[in-house]
Design a protein around this ligand. Structure first.
Ligand code: ADP
Ligand code: MG
Length: 698
């Protein structure tokens, strides 16, 4: 199993050893979590383009990509909202237009009548019929390149890292893979035989460079056998790791909290409502765990608005009552700040000290918070992941709550566990998620956790009215938003591109922002996306909360936890590109106040039948668990998306929902391996879960 000294171990070979990868590029790669050659091999294409043949113009459709070849039949600069260069191209079967919003004089002069060109782009219905926006093109001459031999991979990328660069690097990595033992197969032979798996190396080669006859739809869906082969191994490694983690946690000790619930009782007495039955039940499950001298590892799943925060606070009070501290961690500054303000209001009257720490808090204020944390004066500390940086010390941490953790894979769990370790006593841990996944998946995804479910909403909620609308009715929807905002309502407009990089998402939101500013000049419009500075984001959220922004254009950054009760309208663009769990989360940003809320799913036509069916589930139900189950049922051919995009768990290649059918075999084989071939566990975990500094503690 161990690699010979002469063959490089790809899992430890830095990408910087590849030709043409200097420190700058290595840094960019690190941004997308590529450190080693193996990381690069695991960085699989997001999608593929078929540039192996020419598509007749008549066969190109709206939303389809293709290579076309034809003759320029006239070009003109047209003046609409934006100036553009429109170039007509004709082949034997039809005619279409290329549209360029940015173009040079040289470009314009080159694209004249009679010139033959080859273009690649996505067809769109535009003013002049079928159009290609900014296609890649080349003028056909004697030296025109041959068409691609394989399907062309499109990799997920980051700013300033071009596809061509990624392709060239992947090419080098693939040639290293040819060396024998560069990436040994770790699966038991019997397993590979039974499931008819090809080798890991073969699977990777196939997915980076699929042959022309590969079934593109299967690849796009992630259901190709080569993809399943990889997903299986990753999920297996993950499961083995979680099992081991749990066994280890059971050996650790933790403070036992056997309290009187004095503080919790006082808190409840101060609230205008009682706990729901589900909150009570889950509260008891947590209390029971925390009364034991081993660390609690519990996951609470509860739909958006089911009142998870209160359950977490009650657990925190249990720790505080025993003279311990509780840390509550939220995934974003926006959410952390919101929690802090809420908790401070709730708990200050009980004489408790709530502190707040985020990356945004600097200088003296930061020192002060840290001082309060290490002296034990701060009893409940709310914050972002800044809470768990090395220089932060707690006096006596008894409970860690992780709220709405969006990406909370094994790496994050490991990091967290180690942080609270003091004198070999570990804090209890509570993880809250509003992204329900079907029960069967919960068991494997969270094999290290016990699970509680809050399956009831507090009384008196008005369900959100969800509407499906084609994007051809965009103008009408904009009018409706306009009217609502003029009545004093607030709205979100969510741009949801699944694209190669965050930069493109931000760009899309910016374009919509410009468009809506133009269309709705008397409305105060704001823009929020992941590429803004934390402070800018917080300011914008604050302005929206305060009502100084009426319409907020956003990317999916607002997905989790944001609570602005006056916002009662939401438009989600391209909802078909998101998983239902994520849509449900997004939609949960409205319906938080007393007025009736509406959510418009503005989809792009044409929509596949399965996509239609999926979106109509959103219209039928406001129940996250129901939605998750249904999503799993109808997930079928033609569906690209799953948990990978929703981020329930962070896997390199696998997707919990898409690969759900593998679960029974994974459990079975992991038990086999645990009993008969335990020596495989370490290398498997290392291959799939290493690269995190916490790995050493596994
Ligand atoms: P989530 O589960 O999405 O985190 P929150 O904890 O933010 O939900 O709760 C949503 C809202 O419901 C809050 O305003 C909270 O005060 C309220 N709430 C929580 N529990 C109850 C209850 N038992 N009865 C009425 N309202 C409740
Ligand atoms: Mg919450």
């Amino acid at each position: 199993m161990t690699a010979q000294p002469s063959t490089p171990d790809l899992s430890t070979t830095p990408v910087a050893t590849l030709k043409g990868v200097g420190p700058k590029l290595a840094e960019k790669l690190a941004n997308i979590h590529i450190h080693t050659v193996l990381d690069l091999l695991f960085h699989l294409p997001l999608r593929y383009q078929d540039r192996t043949r020419i598509t007749p113009i008549a066969a190109l459709r709206h939303g389809l990509e293709g290579v076309i070849e034809g003759e320029v039949m006239g070009s003109a600069v047209v003046f609409g909202k934006r100036r553009s260069l429109l170039v007509k191209v004709q082949d034997r079967t039809g005619i279409l237009s290329l549209r360029f919003f940015h173009f040079s004089a040289a470009q314009k002069n080159a694209l004249v009548d009679g010139v033959r060109i080859r273009c690649f782009g996505e067809g769109r219905w535009g003013k002049s019929g079928l159009e290609l926006y900014h296609p890649e093109y080349e003028i056909i001459s004697g030296s025109t390149k041959a068409l691609d031999e394989n399907l062309t991979p499109i990799y997920p990328t980051t700013d300033g890292l071009h596809q061509a660069r990624l392709r060239a690097m992947a090419e080098q990595a693939l040639s290293l893979l040819e060396k024998s033992q560069a990436l040994p197969d770790l699966l038991p032979e019997a397993l590979s035989n039974e499931l008819q798996f090809i080798s890991l190396a073969e699977a990777l080669r196939y997915l980076h460079r699929p042959p022309v006859d590969a079934v593109l739809s299967q690849l796009q869906d992630g259901t190709h056998p080569a993809q399943s082969r990889l997903a299986f191994e990753e999920l297996l490694a993950n499961y083995l790791c979680l099992r081991r983690l749990r066994e280890q946690a059971n050996q650790h000790s933790a403070p036992a909290f056997n309290g009187t619930d004095k503080l919790a009782t006082a808190l409840m007495a101060s609230l205008p409502f009682a706990l729901t039955k589900a909150q009570q039940r889950v509260g008891q499950e947590i209390a029971r765990d925390m009364a034991r001298p081993t660390p609690m590892l519990r996951l609470v799943q509860g739909d958006v608005g089911s009142g998870k925060t209160l359950v977490a606070v009650i657990a925190a009070l249990q720790a505080v009552e025993h003279g311990y501290q509780a840390a509550i961690m939220a995934p974003t500054e926006i959410l952390a700040e919101q929690h802090y303000l809420n908790l401070d209001t709730l708990l200050r009257p009980l004489g408790l000290n709530v502190a707040y720490l985020s990356g945004k808090i600097k200088g003296k204020a930061r020192e002060e918070v840290m001082q309060n944390m290490s002296s034990g004066q701060a009893q409940i500390i709310v914050g972002t992941h800044a809470l768990f940086q090395d220089e932060v010390a707690f006096a006596k941490l008894g409970l860690i709550v992780v709220d709405e953790q969006h990406r909370f894979g094994v790496h994050q769990r490991l990091a967290l566990r180690e942080k609270g370790n003091q004198d070999n006593s570990y804090p209890h841990q509570l993880i809250m998620t509003a992204t329900p996944i079907p029960r069967t998946l919960t068991m494997s995804a969270y094999a290290d956790l016990d699970c509680s479910i809050i399956d009831e909403l507090p009384p008196g909620r008005t369900p959100i009215n969800t509407i499906l609308s084609q994007d051809t009715r965009r103008a009408e929807i904009i009018d409706r938003i306009h009217a609502a905002c003029r009545e004093g309502k607030q709205a979100y407009w969510v741009c949801t591109l699944i694209e190669e990089s965050e930069a493109l998402q931000a760009q899309a939101a910016e374009a919509t922002y410009a468009e809506l500013q133009d269309a709705l000049q008397d409305i105060k419009i704001g823009l929020i996306h992941g590429r803004q500075k934390p402070k800018d984001k917080a300011d914008i959220m604050q302005a929206f909360k305060a009502g100084n922004i009426q319409l907020l254009i956003a990317t999916t950054v607002i997905e989790v936890g944001v609570d602005v009760p006056n916002a009662s309208l939401m438009v989600i663009e391209n909802p078909e590109r998101l998983g239902l769990a994520q849509l449900h989360q997004l939609r949960g940003r409205v319906g938080r106040g007393s007025q009736e809320s509406h959510c418009v799913l503005l989809y792009k036509t044409p929509l596949s039948d399965v996509a239609k069916q999926r979106l109509s589930i959103m219209r039928q139900s406001n129940d996250g668990f129901f939605i998750a189950e249904e999503d799993l049922k109808i997930r079928g051919p033609g569906e690209v998306l799953g948990t990978r995009q929703t981020g329930i768990m962070e896997f390199k290649l696998a997707d919990l929902l898409r690969d759900a059918h593998l679960q029974p075999k994974i459990k079975l084989w992991s038990e086999q391996i645990r009993t008969h071939q335990p020596e495989l566990i370490e290398p498997l975990i290392k291959r799939w879960l290493a690269g995190s500094e916490q790995y050493g503690h596994v």
